[in-house]
Design a protein. Structure first.
Length: 119
């Protein structure tokens, strides 16, 4: 008869071996890439419940183009010192191109706002 500890150990070793020998890669796959969007009027949750315009949505990249629930949703703003948000930039902040989700300018899909020089 196997003890509970032995069964757990065998199970973990089996899992580890399966992971080690599996030839699975999610690299270069957009299916799992997440992006921040802001809802617009008419967007709904999957159950049909209306979503308030301006609500932050954590969706798969490109979801607004392929999922009618989020049609028209726009990329969130990246505000320096704040991060991704559906709120507008604070007074004194200006648009300075685009950024990725980490705030790196020149890359990404998010409108980037930073404090204006001299403000």
């Amino acid at each position: 008869m196997w003890t509970a500890g032995a069964l757990v150990a065998v199970g973990l070793l089996t899992f580890a071996a399966a992971v080690a020998f599996a030839n699975v890669s999610a690299g270069n796959s957009a299916a799992f890439v997440r992006a921040g969007y802001c809802s617009v009027a008419g967007d709904t949750a999957p159950d049909g419940t209306p979503i308030q315009p301006g609500t932050f949505l954590d969706l798969t990249l490109g979801a607004p183009s392929v999922d009618g629930h989020y049609a028209g949703a726009v990329p969130a703003n990246f505000v320096a010192g704040v991060g991704l948000t559906c709120a507008g930039p604070p007074p004194g902040y200006v648009r300075e191109g685009f950024a990725d989700g980490g705030g790196r300018q020149g890359t990404g899909m998010y409108p980037y706002y930073a404090k204006a020089s001299g403000s």
